[in-house]
Design a protein around this ligand. Structure first.
Ligand SMILES: [Zn+2]
Length: 294
């Protein structure tokens, strides 16, 4: 496969290569994990889709549904990590909104990430890592806001958006938009599989392919709250997750079901909660920056 530039040039920052970070399995011997200091939920937009059945095939045809778009800010000592970057800041206050697939879904943004970081005395330049769950536009809309951060994503995801585009017109549109929004980060760390980001068990990337080839979720450990898994788009709704329902706009259905099952196993093993990015009903009940989980 021909990439726009050699992988070797951009993987010089493969800081977290998985050689010493084997896949996390539910039967892993548990060693006491360190904790992150704080987990903040950042409001990264909301959307209205005109046909819920795209996310629940065979059910809810023609019914509209509202989704949340959520990013998270993780504080690990003096280091800060953004998990996903949401709807582009240029959409702020635009009554027409912004869209990845205009015939299906329109996003609105009420607050920028920058203004929310400012509420707790931070600016985009203070962010050390931007970890991307996958490359759909509503997750990478503001990667360009963090030019000094190291962007961390799965190598499979990077290769996918730089391969010949998918034949499905909607997936094709999403891939073209992904290339544009991701651009060429100055610092890019491409990883494979699960990664223990700080090698202390406090922040773990969990490989959950299916929605896209390099989709990932993220699990953090907090001293008081315990383990929390941030879904990425391994599932869009709690009900989908519970019933193994896979949206129509998806790359690999069996892989998506395996990834949901894998998250369920890890939740049982670590007694973890799952925060589902787009489940508005659930997200509305979670703490929002400046409040935080610790
Ligand atoms: Zn997605």
């Amino acid at each position: 496969m021909k990439l726009p530039f050699a992988i070797a040039e951009i993987t010089c920052l493969m800081l977290f290569a998985t050689a010493s970070a084997p896949q996390l399995s539910a039967t892993e011997t548990k060693t006491p994990a360190a904790s992150i200091d704080r987990l903040y939920r950042v409001d990264c937009g909301h959307s209205l889709a005109n046909d819920e059945s795209v996310w629940t095939p065979g059910e809810n045809k023609g019914k509209s549904i509202e989704f949340s778009s959520t990013c998270y800010l993780i504080q690990h000592g003096g280091e800060y990590i953004m998990w996903d970057t949401g709807v582009p800041e240029s959409a702020i206050g635009d009554p027409n909104g912004w869209s990845t697939l205009p015939k299906l879904i329109v996003y609105h943004l009420d607050k920028t990430i920058s203004s929310q970081l400012a509420e707790i005395g931070l600016k985009p330049a203070d962010i050390d890592y931007v970890v991307v769950s996958h490359t759909h536009g509503d997750h990478i809309g503001n990667v360009g806001l963090f030019p000094d951060a190291t962007v961390v994503m799965q190598q499979a995801e990077y290769e996918w958006i730089n391969s010949p585009p998918p034949s499905d017109p909607n997936l094709n549109t999403l891939v073209q938009l992904a290339r544009k929004l991701l651009g060429h980060p100055r610092r890019l760390a491409l990883v494979t599989g699960d990664v223990d980001l700080f090698r202390d068990g406090s922040v773990r990337l969990l490989s959950t392919p299916g929605h896209t080839p390099g989709s990932q979720s993220l699990m953090v450990h907090l001293a008081k709250t315990g383990y929390v898994i941030l879904s990425g788009d391994v599932a869009h709704l709690e009900d989908n997750f519970e019933r193994d329902i896979v949206p129509a706009l998806n790359v690999d259905k069996p892989e998506s079901i395996s990834s949901m099952d894998r998250i369920k196993e890890i939740m049982r093993e670590f007694n973890a909660q799952l925060f589902i990015n787009h489940d508005k009903h659930q997200a509305d009940g979670l703490k929002l920056l400046p409040d935080y989980y610790d």
